[in-house]
Ligand binder design. Sequence first.
Ligand code: ATP
Length: 308
Amino acid sequence: MTAIAVLGSTNMDLVAYVPKAPRLGETVTGRAFRTVPGGKGANQAVAAARCGARVVMIGAVGADEFGVRLRSALTADGIDTAGLRTAEGASGTAHITVDDEGGNSIIVIPGANARVTGLEAGDETRIAAADALLLQLELPLEAVLAGARAARAHGVRTVLTPAPAQTLPGELLAATDLLVPNEHEAAALTGLTDPGRCAAALLEAVPEVVVTLGAAGVLYAARGREPLSVPAPRVRAVDTTAAGDTFVGALAVALGEGRPMPEALRWASAAAALSVQRPGAQDSMPTRAETDALALAGRDTRTARAPE
Ligand code: ATP
C-alpha cells in the first residue's frame, strides 16, 4: 500500500451563501450557512486516503470545537492524526462568501496553522516512512522547508502545491521533486502567461512540473523530455472547490504505486473530474473504485477512437 505523508493546513470552512456579496459597510441577508472541514493539507490527505493510500497528517488544529471536528473528519477517512498537534487558541478558519453567480470571496485566518513552525518529535520518522510528502503553502514557510529537508534527507519524493502563490525560496525549490501549480500560480511564479512557457521556466528550478488547467486538463513537463498534455474527462462541473487538491492526492498515490507518469496523470485527472461533479471539498472526493471506473472508461474510449 502506498504511504503518503502530508505536512499542511487544516481549516474549518465557514461558508455563507448570499444572493450578492455585501460591499464594505453593507449588510445582506444570506440564504444558508455551512461549516465544512477544509484546508489544502487536509484536503490532499483525504484525497490520497480515498484513493487507497495509508496517510499520515502533520500539522495543527486549535484547542476548540472546530479542532475536534477537523481531527475527526480526518480519522473518519482512516488518516493517522498522531502528528496533528492541538495548539492553543483557535483552529484555522476560511470565511467564504458564495454568491448566486457562483463567485466567491474568502478570508483565511491561519489560527493553529500559523503555530506550525517546524517539525516535532516523530515527524521525521513519519516522513521517512512515506513514499511521498505532500506540501502546500498554508503553513509558515519555515515548516514547509523543514519538511522538504527531511524528505530529501530520506529520499522521499516531495510534491509541492505552490498555493497560495508567493515567492519561493531557492532552497525549497531545490528540495522539490514535483511542482504542481495551477495556471495562475504558474504565472505568478514565472511572470509569464503561456502555461507551456511557464512550465519550461519552472524546469530551471525543479525536475518535474504539472500545470493544472481546469477543464482543459494538465500540462506535464520534465527536464530532457517532450511536454505531455493530458485532457480532462468531459464532465458537467457543479463545484470545482478542491479539484486541484483531489488531483494532487490521487497523482501522488498513483506515482507511489510505481505507475508511469502518463497513466498516473490520466488517473488523477479522472479523480479530479469526479470531484467537480459533486458539491463540496472533501465531501466531493471520489473513492478508488470510482476513480478506476472513470479512468477505465476514458481508456476504452481512447482505444476505440485510436484507429479513426
Ligand atoms: P481548486 O483551487 O478549485 O482546488 P485549482 O485552481 O488548484 O483548483 P484547477 O486547474 O482548476 O486547479 O483544477 C485541477 C484539476 O481538476 C484540473 O487539472 C482537471 O484535471 C480537474 N478539473 C478542474 N475543473 C474541471 C472540469 N470543469 N472538468 C473536468 N476536470 C476538471
